[in-house]
Each structure stands twice: as structure tokens, then as C-alpha cells.
Design a protein around this ligand. Structure first.
Ligand SMILES: [Zn+2]
Length: 165
């Protein structure tokens, strides 16, 4: 798929759009270095703020899982074994996928964790490119989600959850 810059209105860091992800706006996530599409907002199932990453159940074929296994012995990822996720076009490291983790992190095992700082986002409704780090993918309050499911106020929404580590 070609990336046509003519569709981009402007790149801005305006925090007023920070709720775009929460409002269910459709967007694509791009490699910060070469703009290759890595994933889209329909595959996002949450965010892990402590490692500045969004959780995706699916990514495009342009995301390559590195064969090398890594591990860390400190921080929130202690005792995890993971592989880096790289952009196929430019080999930029854009995130990681955890293969083995302690019990409290099993919920994010095999989920694609894309680092927000390594991506930009193209918001379809406004035809604008923004920094993914300016967007929030927080869990909504339960009552707000229930209101959306109300048949009188129904609109499609994706299920999201938050992992606190
Ligand atoms: Zn790239």
C-alpha cells in the first residue's frame, strides 16, 4: 500500500486530540522513521503506560518478529523473555512481543506491544498525522462503556482493557 503524503493535512502535537483514541476514532500506526503501516486502531486492546506501549492483537506483515530472544533482570519486565518487533522496511525497533513472563504478566504474553514513541498515527477522520505518544488508550469508566452499549445510544466499539504493572 502506497503512502500518499497528499492526504496529510498537517502534523501537530496539539493535546486537544489526545482523546481521539478513547473516542474510537479510526487510525493507522506508522513507523516513525519510514512511515510504513504497522497496525491499526481496530487491533488495539489496551495500553501499558509503564513501558509506553499499546497492546495490539494483530499487526501488518511489515512488522517482523526478531529471532533473537532478549531478557531483562530489572524494571517492570523483570524475568520476561521477549523478541523485538522491527519494521520490515527500515529495521527500526518498534516494540516487542513477550514469549514468557511471570504470572502477573501472562495477560500480555503473545500480544504485540508497539512502543508509542516509535510510531506516528494517521487519524482517518481528520486526515492528520500525529505523534502516537500524544494519544491515550486508557480504559474508559465502566458506566461510560455501559452507556455506549445502551440500544438507544449504540455505536460500535472495541473492547479494551488496561494492564497495570
Ligand atoms: Zn520503518
Amino acid at each position: 500500500m502506497e503512502f500518499d503524503e497528499s492526504f496529510i493535512v498537517e502534523r501537530f502535537d496539539d493535546l486537544s486530540i489526545s482523546g481521539a483514541a478513547e473516542q474510537g476514532q479510526l487510525m493507522t500506526f506508522h513507523c516513525l522513521q519510514c512511515n510504513t503501516i504497522l497496525a491499526d486502531s481496530l487491533t488495539v486492546c489496551g495500553e501499558i503506560k509503564s513501558i509506553d506501549s499499546i497492546m495490539c492483537i494483530r499487526v501488518t506483515n511489515d512488522v517482523v518478529v526478531s529471532e533473537a530472544l532478549e531478557s531483562v533482570n530489572k524494571g517492570v519486565m523483570t524475568n520476561c523473555i521477549y523478541s523485538h518487533l522491527k519494521c520490515r522496511s527500515c529495521s527500526y525497533v518498534v516494540g516487542r512481543v513477550i514469549h514468557a513472563a511471570p504470572l502477573h504478566l501472562t495477560a500480555i504474553r503473545s500480544i504485540f506491544l508497539l512502543n508509542k514513541a516509535m510510531m506516528s498515527s494517521y487519524i482517518l477522520d481528520s486526515s492528520s498525522m500525529v505523534k502516537t505518544s500524544s494519544l491515550s488508550f486508557d480504559l474508559k469508566p465502566l458506566q461510560e462503556t455501559v452507556n455506549e452499549v445502551n440500544p438507544n445510544n449504540f455505536r460500535p466499539t472495541t473492547f479494551r482493557f488496561m494492564v497495570t504493572i
